[in-house]
Design a protein around this ligand. Structure first.
Ligand SMILES: Cc1cc2nc3c(=O)[nH]c(=O)nc-3n(C[C@H](O)[C@H](O)[C@H](O)COP(=O)(O)OP(=O)(O)OC[C@H]3O[C@@H](n4cnc5c(N)ncnc54)[C@H](O)[C@@H]3O)c2cc1C
Length: 393
């Protein structure tokens, strides 16, 4: 009788590396596709960020039962107000975008990342084919039959499909040989919660300063989530001065439009960078979330894009069959094809927006100003901008 080649049995169908929001959403999606999945999610520091999720992302979370009623977890975003706070020669008009104009109840919802994470963790715990291990991956290698992951306790996992959801400094991206382009910025983002004298209602207010936007996002009652982008050193100094020094700066930056300000949480500073990859999947490995793409938090795109990665991964799994040979390689190839256009379009849009906000050159300022005038005056263009910003496909 001819000898069958020996194939070592695998530990699961898939492993997801990284316990951030995108990693856990991916692990749940894979388990719901009927595969056995191991989620490697070391316990990290509390995620202090908040995320404005556009309606298509909220609909995705609801349709996959990751959340039910968004009002139980987050705050509705029904208006976006843009205020040009520069002293430039060519200033843009103040512009108010209202969701109602497009017949929408809201552009999206604003969530604290930690609350979403806890909700996702509850959902994950309900799935018998999803096992969570609080362990770091220390090594990745392409084994003779399938990818191999070495874990922090020295154990080795062999799985046909590996999902790298391990963030900006992704070990999986580097070790699996994905080509990536990275760009650091001198700007950073300062994040904290504020109590304002007057409520924002459902309106997210963006003050556009020459060094970057200063954005107040509604977080219920008089609370706002602040995302302030500026030079890293300016932010570090503002943070180091404590509430005494920070509050007067914030009052000034918010043009005192919302009355008094008190800090409701400590301020955190996040460095900013861009990361993009040539392909998001290959040889049984796929990259999701910030392992595949990162950019400054302008136009609220990062997590929205990460959830679209998860949606496309679920579609690629449904389209293939895990009983055929090399199924994981086919899924990774299919996933990369599905993600290519969206990753290029969204990355390009955020990059152009960020550069136009910081542009010192008068022609670039003129373009941005003309763009905002056009958006203000032309309803059809505004509709197109809405659907692009919301990531509608
Ligand atoms: C200030 C700020 C505001 C933002 N606002 C918005 C917004 O309004 N809307 C929006 O859509 N997006 C927003 N974003 C972007 C959004 O927060 C991110 O895109 C998203 O949270 C990334 O999730 P992730 O799971 O891909 O990565 P991460 O949250 O970075 O998770 C990666 C995980 O991988 C783990 N890990 C790393 N290495 C390993 C390893 N070797 N083994 C195992 N685990 C590992 C880490 O511990 C971590 O838990 C914002 C970002 C910032 C900085």
């Amino acid at each position: 009788m001819p000898q069958m080649p020996y194939v070592k049995p695998c530990d699961a169908d898939a492993a997801v590396v990284g316990g951030g929001l995108v990693g856990i959403a991916a692990a749940i999606a894979i388990a719901k596709a009927g595969l056995k999945v191991i989620h490697l999610a070391p316990v990290g520091p509390v995620d202090r960020r908040t995320s404005a999720l556009m309606m298509p992302s909220v609909d995705f979370l609801r349709s996959t039962s990751l959340i039910d009623d968004p009002s139980r977890l987050g705050h509705r975003l029904s208006e976006i107000r843009i205020i040009d706070a520069t002293n430039r020669l060519l200033r843009s008009p103040e512009t108010l975008f209202e969701a109602g104009e497009s017949g929408l109840e809201a552009f999206g919802w604003n969530f604290a990342n930690q609350r979403l994470l806890e909700q996702f963790q509850q959902r994950a715990a309900e799935l018998p084919n999803l096992e969570t291990r609080p362990l770091d991956v220390t090594e990745f290698a392409y084994g003779p039959d399938q990818p191999e992951l070495t874990l922090a306790d020295g154990s080795v996992l062999q799985v046909p499909l590996v999902v790298g959801a391990d963030g900006k400094k992704s070990l999986i991206r580097a070790a699996a040989g994905f080509r990536a382009r990275e760009n650091g910025f001198t700007q950073a983002a300062l994040v904290c919660d504020l109590e304002l004298g007057r409520p924002l209602g459902g309106c997210s207010v963006e003050f556009h300063y020459p060094q970057g936007p200063f954005t107040l996002v509604p977080a219920g009652n008089n609370r706002a989530n602040l995302v302030w982008i500026d030079d890293r050193e300016v932010l570090r100094q503002a943070q180091a001065g404590g509430a005494e020094q920070l509050v007067p700066i914030l009052l000034n930056k918010s043009q005192r439009l919302f009355g008094s300000i008190t800090l409701a949480t400590p301020a955190h500073v996040f460095p900013l960078s861009t990361i993009s990859v040539d392909r998001a999947g290959s040889r049984g490995v796929v990259l999701v979330g910030e392992a595949a793409h990162a950019f400054p938090p302008i136009g609220a795109q990062g997590l929205n894009l990460g959830l679209r990665d998860v949606a496309d991964l679920a579609t690629a799994l449904q389209a293939g069959s895990t009983s055929t040979p090399l199924w994981a390689e086919k899924v990774s190839f299919d996933y990369a094809q599905r993600r290519a256009a969206d990753l290029a379009r969204t990355g390009g849009m955020v990059d152009a927006l960020f550069r136009s906000l910081l542009a010192e050159m008068v022609p670039a300022q003129a373009l941005r100003s003309a763009g905002l005038w056009a958006l203000k005056l032309l309803p059809s263009l505004r509709q197109r901008a809405f659907s692009l910003g919301m990531g509608q496909r």
